[in-house]
Design a protein around this ligand. Structure first.
Ligand SMILES: [Zn+2]
Length: 309
């Protein structure tokens, strides 16, 4: 209900704003993206011809976020809306409420959420969303294979919304997809030759990456960025690490390093970071890192974990 009220409120704001909004501040294609990786993909395709903004601000948790009336009114001024699907349960309702605005929306993850491999020990992913319940897993952007599909879909939508610049978007897209394909090739080789195929993460955000490259993710219950793990959660993690002879345990960028250290001390494993790229971490912002660079770090850290003696 709260959401509906927000939508109605935003609509009335829009009505008020209608008269003065005619002349746009920029003649660039206005692209709204839901959260970080969607904005990043859209920026790489849109280049100088598009103005891309993310609705979910840097550093905010994408899954828990809900649009304010001001956000909805901002979305209402966009020509294109890029979203992943499932992570943004508010998207469909917002689009319905803004239907008069004729925003060209693209759900980039459509049809990609189904996990092929077995889903193990992920039922308790306390992440504020249903990402790992059943086999519908929204974290598709973390697999380069699926990220490439998402970029292609964004490209098609930008071309449709702004036909005169279609060639420009297609060229940008081709270059960007090539860079993602380089990650894909790296991951394929790394996984194929890895002596260990299992990796342990706190957050079950790497399932598509595991599936697509023949690896196995074991995610730890209750160790989400904002859920305090119980002693039982920690015991379970320690057991898994010992049983699987895992040498590295991955924690999310935002997880308290004290816990990671505790698990490492108990098991002799090393602690490393995998970034689920749901938002740009403080470090990412400070160093001005992008999707490609952070994925490169992820691949580097995965390599250490899978090849550790
Ligand atoms: Zn997630």
């Amino acid at each position: 209900m709260k959401r509906l009220c927000l939508v109605i409120l935003a609509l009335s704001l829009l009505m008020l704003g209608c008269g003065g909004e005619k002349q746009k501040a920029s003649d660039k294609l206005q692209v709204a993206a839901s959260f970080y990786p969607m904005a990043e993909f859209a920026r790489n395709v849109g280049g100088d011809k598009a103005e891309v903004f993310a609705l979910v601000p840097d550093g905010a948790e994408a899954h828990d976020w809900e649009p304010s009336p001001a956000d909805l009114s901002r979305l209402g001024r966009a020509q294109v809306f890029v979203y992943n699907g499932i992570v943004e349960p508010w998207a469909k309702q917002a689009l319905n409420a803004l239907s008069e605005r004729k925003i060209l929306a693209v759900q980039t993850g459509l049809g990609l959420y189904e996990r092929g491999g077995e889903v193990v020990e992920e039922e308790h992913h306390e992440h504020g969303h249903n990402c790992s319940h059943g086999k519908q897993d929204p974290h598709v952007w973390i697999s380069p294979k699926k990220a490439m599909v998402q970029v292609e879909r964004i490209t098609a939508t930008l071309c449709e919304a702004d036909e005169k610049n279609a060639k420009y978007y297609q060229d940008n897209s081709a270059k960007y997809v090539e860079q993602i394909r380089a990650l894909d090739i790296q991951l394929t080789n790394l996984a194929k030759n890895a002596p260990r195929k299992v990796f342990v993460t706190a957050h079950a955000a790497f399932g598509h990456l595991a599936d697509d490259y023949g690896l196995k993710q074991m995610a730890v219950n209750g160790l989400s960025p904002h859920a305090e793990p119980t002693p039982a959660d920690l015991q379970r993690l320690i057991k898994v690490v010992k049983e699987e002879n895992v040498r590295n345990v991955f924690f999310e960028t935002l997880t308290d390093p004290k816990l990671a250290q505790l698990v490492a001390d108990e098991t002799g494993a090393q602690v490393a970071v995998l970034d689920p790229l749901e938002g740009l971490s403080a470090e990412g912002r400070k160093k001005n890192l992008d999707y490609l660079q952070i994925m490169q770090q992820n691949i580097h850290n995965l390599q250490i974990a899978l090849y550790a003696k």
